[in-house]
Design a binder for this molecule. Structure first.
Ligand SMILES: N[C@@H](CCC(=O)N[C@@H](CS)C(=O)NCC(=O)O)C(=O)O
Length: 233
């Protein structure tokens, strides 16, 4: 169904929100054109396709834009329901639970991620954001036990909605690990998530999309900080 030129994704390679969409496109084996944006000089296509937020990701399907990463992931899952595994569970209750935890990730992990990297002015502020991230991850450790039912992923045997939503952050987590000198997903505090991280990173759909070079991420950090500073002006 996704013929040549039908799907175009506007993104930034480090964005957790873009990465989750790319993982799902890979899971479904959908061909797409990827367009790397510079958030310091956004393209006319990005500004016109996401006039409300001007943010990535934007998925263009046959030229029509779909915005907001969690919305995009669910859109792909619905439109290409026959291609590859379903990301959302078939059962309505389990689907509601998955949506709840995905929202939790972006409500709690998202702001802590920003706080650890982009909005901390002092090491104390960074440490405070790290604490908030670790607390959210400890809650997600319990969610993993509940959702996975002893299997490999939040989605069970296969990567599901909560997996891709949380998995999008792993590239930056690797960079944060280097900054703070310990693992954010600490095998002692969150052993289930630590093993989940290894499985998720090793999955074919994540390879080449979830950044695994923390130094490269850290080299890119000043670029993102400049975007954030310019936006705040
Ligand atoms: N809630 C949005 C968040 C997207 C977002 O914040 N994207 C960032 C990149 S990580 C962005 O494009 N920022 C540009 C801007 O806000 O001007 C989603 O899930 O898609």
């Amino acid at each position: 169904m996704a013929g040549d030129g039908e799907l175009k994704l506007l993104g930034v390679w480090t964005s957790p929100f873009v990465i989750r969409v790319r993982v799902v496109l890979n899971l479904k084996s959908l061909p797409y054109e990827y367009v790397e944006e510079s958030l310091g000089s956004k393209s006319a296509l990005l500004l016109g396709s996401n006039p409300v937020h001007h943010s990535v990701p934007v998925l263009l399907h046959g030229g029509r834009p779909v915005n907001e990463s969690q919305v995009i992931v669910q859109y792909i899952d619905e439109v290409w329901s026959g291609a590859g595994p379903s990301v959302l569970p078939a059962d309505p209750y389990e689907r509601a639970v998955a949506r709840f935890w995905a929202a939790y990730v972006d409500d709690k992990v998202g702001p802590a991620w920003t706080g650890m990297l982009f909005s901390c002015n002092t090491e104390e502020e960074r440490a405070e954001a790290v604490s908030r991230a670790v607390a959210a991850l400890e809650t997600l450790e319990g969610a993993f036990a509940e959702c996975s039912k002893g299997k490999a992923f939040f989605g069970g045997d296969a990567i599901g909605f909560v997996d891709v939503v949380l998995g999008g952050y792993l590239g930056w987590f690797g960079a944060i690990d280097k900054i703070i000198g310990r693992r954010l997903i600490d095998p002692a505090r969150t052993p289930l998530l630590a093993r989940w991280e290894e499985r998720f990173r090793a999955a074919d759909a994540a390879k080449g999309v979830v950044p695994d070079d923390a130094d490269k991420m850290l080299e890119f950090l000043p670029t993102v900080l400049a975007w954030v500073a310019a936006k705040a002006k």
